[in-house]
Design a protein around this ligand. Structure first.
Ligand code: ZN
Length: 322
């Protein structure tokens, strides 16, 4: 049985300022901070997870907070753009909101006939989009955040890979991860996961001659795709090895289990299990409020808390109508 991912599990990027990052994603964009933890490879820095109410796979954008990190450079071999879903009727609401909070954005444009796209950047320069499309409507709303529930972001819509060419990456997406090539428009190849549900789109944009991306603040570190469970993850790991990828052993990320490899175009890919999820170490009601550490770091909590900078969740800020 060949593997077919349900789509994007999460996107992880780098911020140079943890408080500004919290204010932007939990405040202006109104996502839920579903986990406040540390970078397991460098426990003196934060790792924030933002998502929908329960942090479902496909709703998640996460950040390594490296204070004062040098700015990265968007370019080839990176996830160039991360796109979030909004319902079509929320387009005006979001334009007003971006204006209100002085977020520069580009006038909405149409893509592939059925998407209206607003492009903007986060405070570190990370390229983002809000994409209004009809299938966003039924996805879970988050009523406890800074954005009215009906207009709340409905998780990730797509990621756009920027690559020198497309052949090898296309083959990996279709043969190892189970995506289908559904559309081509200009330099964009659109791949959709078989399930065609939320967060199921990968756009591969061919940018020959574009400079290479440089990792740093405002750049995506990696994109993770969903595996249902360990068995699926083992199966896809085998398929990737057969296609010639070096791939890590399984790593325990506490909220999911992960393997990593670099796809042929240079982007770091991860395959992450759907479970166990974010309620494994705190209740749904209080997700994100307290610093959570994995069991193997718990006995260093005193030292870790002393080294981490203080942060606070943004206070309720009035919406554009308020
Ligand atoms: Zn990850």
């Amino acid at each position: 049985m060949s593997f077919s991912t349900a789509g994007v599990h999460h996107v992880t990027a780098i911020t140079s300022d943890q408080q500004r990052n919290l204010d932007f994603y939990a405040g202006i964009l109104g996502l839920r901070l579903v986990k406040r933890t540390v970078n397991f490879d460098d426990p003196t820095t934060y790792h924030f997870y933002f998502g929908d109410e329960s942090g479902n796979p496909g709703s998640l954008i996460t950040f390594f907070a490296w204070p004062g990190a040098r700015r990265g450079r968007p370019g080839a071999g990176q996830v160039g753009v991360t796109s979030f879903s909004i319902p079509p009727r929320s387009l005006g609401y979001w334009i007003e909101r971006l204006i209100r909070y002085h977020v520069q954005y580009e006038q909405p444009r149409t893509r592939f006939d059925d998407e209206r796209v607003i492009a903007f950047k986060d405070p570190d320069g990370l390229l983002l989009e809000l994409v209004a499309h009809a299938s966003a409507e039924p996805r879970p709303q988050w009523a406890g955040g800074q954005v009215e529930a009906e207009h709340s972001i409905r998780g990730i819509h797509a990621v756009t890979l920027w690559e020198d060419g497309h052949e090898l990456t296309s083959r990996l997406l279709t043969e190892a991860l189970g995506f289908r090539l559904t559309r081509e428009q200009g330099s964009i190849y659109r791949f959709v996961a078989q399930a065609a549900g939320p967060a199921s789109i990968v756009d591969l944009r061919v940018v020959p001659g574009l400079w290479s991306g440089v990792m740093g603040a405002g750049a995506v570190h990696h994109v993770a795709f969903r595996a249902r469970d360990d068995a699926e993850q083992i199966a896809v790991r085998g398929a990737l090895a057969t296609l010639g990828s070096n791939i890590t052993p399984q790593l325990d990320r506490q909220y999911f289990r992960s393997v990593y490899f670099r796809e042929p175009g240079g982007v770091l890919f991860e395959i992450a299990t759907d479970g166990p999820g974010f309620t494994v170490d705190e209740p749904l009601e209080t997700l994100g409020r307290a610093l959570k550490l994995p069991p193997w770091l718990e006995d260093r909590r005193f030292e870790i808390e002393a080294l981490l900078p203080d942060v606070r969740l943004p206070l309720k800020i009035p919406g554009p109508a308020g």
